[in-house]
Design a protein around this ligand. Sequence first.
Ligand SMILES: [Zn+2]
Length: 332
Amino acid sequence: MTKLLKDYPECIFCKNTKLKTFKQSSEKNFYINALIKDLQLNYKFLDKIKIKECKRCGSLQNNPWFNEEISQKIYTNIYGQHNKNWSNVINFFNTGKLHIHGNLFELINKNLKIKNYGEYKTPFMGLMLDYFLTEYKYKKKEFKKYFNLNIEYLKSRQVAGKNKKIQIECINRGNKILLEKNKINTNLLKKVSVKKYLLNDFSRFSWGINDNYKSVNSLALANEIFNNFKIINLHEKNIPKFDLFGIFLTLDHSENPKKILDFALKNSKYVIVNCHTSEKLNKQHLFTFTKKIINYLGKCGIYTKNINNYLNNKTKNSEIYFVCSRKNQIKF
Ligand SMILES: [Zn+2]
């Protein structure tokens, strides 16, 4: 068997090389079970993966951990579909309700004026759906129908391998669906609220190219249903200025999390970060932040405020929400 593991000797976030051993028993879960099966490993193999704690930023990191090839395989093939991302959007269009971040969206709108909003990666994990709900009149039946029509429309364009006659039928059916979904859109649209940007990279530690539902990719669906919406990448020349940039459970899926946070801080007045901070690190993640991250960012001269106490989603003890900024004090 080729070598599956690789050394990650420095903290992936702050690049510190002083990591100390952190004792923790590993637990089985859905992801671990899938990993073991698909990579044809046994549970004992996972004992090779030890946990280290960064003495500077407090992050917990597995070392050694899976090499780039395997980590790409984990998030693209072994569990390519980001379950929560999809259940968020499916539940939203079925019920019109958003239970993702409690009262966070109200809190933000009370405190900040936002015209340009950016977000990192998975499109249905953050506030994009909240914006959708402010832009459209909610009608239960139409919402459900609108979601399904968008999926059907995108599917109708997948005609590779079909004969000419079926290809034409598919395309024509797609054209009809397009008219129908545009009609619902026009009927329900109240006003477009903010300009929305989604920062996409090709991190191997993250879902993306195979994050599909009924063969439709989440980015394609987002691009279809969101108004005033643009997908951008890190290397673009004309990066817009954001009033707020959101990072929702995605920073620990970046190969270079500091670079993503720096990008957000540089281009945005405020950055909101929601991340796992459990004192447990499972084997399917390379690393996790701990609550110490807030202090560390403060020491780096970044205004940082934990806003968990202002939020009403108390079930999320293992996650924190913090707002940070390079120039603006956080007055929440
Ligand atoms: Zn560190």
